[in-house]
Design a protein around this ligand. Sequence first.
Ligand code: NAD
Ligand code: ZN
Length: 353
Amino acid sequence: MKAARYYDQRDIRIEDIPEPELKPGTVAIDVAWCGICGTDLHEYLEGPIFIPPKGSPHPISGEEAPVTMGHEFSGTISALGDGVTDLEVGQNVVVEPYIIHSDVETGPGHAYQLSKDMNFIGLGGRGGGLSEKIVVERRWVHAIGDIPLDQAALIEPLSVGHHAFVRSQAKSGDTAIVGGAGPIGLLTAAVLKASGLTVYISELSEARKKMARDTGVADQVFDPRDGDVAQRVRDLTGGKGADVGFECSSVPVVLNMLMDAVRPGGVIVNVSIWGHKPEVDMPSLVLKEIDLRGTIGYANDHPSTIKLVQEGKLDLAPFITAKIPLDDLVSGGFDQLINNNEEHVKILVNPTA
Ligand SMILES: NC(=O)c1ccc[n+]([C@@H]2O[C@H](COP(=O)([O-])OP(=O)(O)OC[C@H]3O[C@@H](n4cnc5c(N)ncnc54)[C@H](O)[C@@H]3O)[C@@H](O)[C@H]2O)c1
Ligand SMILES: [Zn+2]
């Protein structure tokens, strides 16, 4: 079967590799669509980061580069391993793409995203969505009902946004300010809006500001070049400030804008994975008793995001900005996202085309 394999920086090859083997307790999936994520771009330009380099196999998967890429994917079940009795061949599914030690519990209430050696399918080994077929452990498979398979490929980044929302402990009626309207900021805003919050977004790019407005995920969209964003937020909240802020840009001025824009006692969830350590406005954090929190991946968030989409509370279709075949992955996918980033939210790859 065809697969996109990461060898090293700027060295991704479309190769013919053996099909994965169905084992007891696993599910075989024909991949329909796989999104390209900012993390994939970082691996391509600056990696390996999550990908275990040659000579340093991952402690759980035992794999090292080259590995198959792709962690945001949907597909259809083609076979069930022994012992899997609660799913059916032909069912459409998404995968929560974790590589986690087998003895770590993953039921509700368990923070398995924080377990030792955690990595992701499509980065740390165990195949990936940028290939025709994949076999995964039953526990990572989520049925999606009649959600279209292309939109379903966005359930993974949507779940990142949902986990950030859960971490914020915000509730319906609260006001949120999201810094950065890339894929993660937009999908976080989509969850917030669907959950009954008033949502403000700060973003520089014209195309992304337009996307935030057109999709209705933001009540107001600000450009920091047009004036003080924190002041705009205070003006709209009776002088109080936002209840919660979400850092989705990895830009220090945005984090400090959020410090200014949230109310005293407010919460900031930092979603960004920082390449460089930012200078943080600690005096504001202290004097306003701000809670600054991290969030990584998701943990039991997929059922909630699948439900939000199934109930029509949010529409993922507008965030799909291109669809390409696997053979065009580098030129039509990675290069587009590197050179023409702001015109795109999600580029989806069809591994069988
Ligand atoms: N915590 C997690 O589990 C998790 C998962 C996935 C991605 N991430 C991280 O989330 C972050 C966002 O990802 P993305 O793919 O959306 O990134 P992105 O780079 O596409 O988006 C960032 C956005 O911030 C905007 N921006 C830059 N400077 C700004 C400014 N001064 N004011 C307002 N907006 C500004 C940019 O125009 C851009 O649209 C990344 O750091 C990524 O690594 C975290
Ligand atoms: Zn991703």
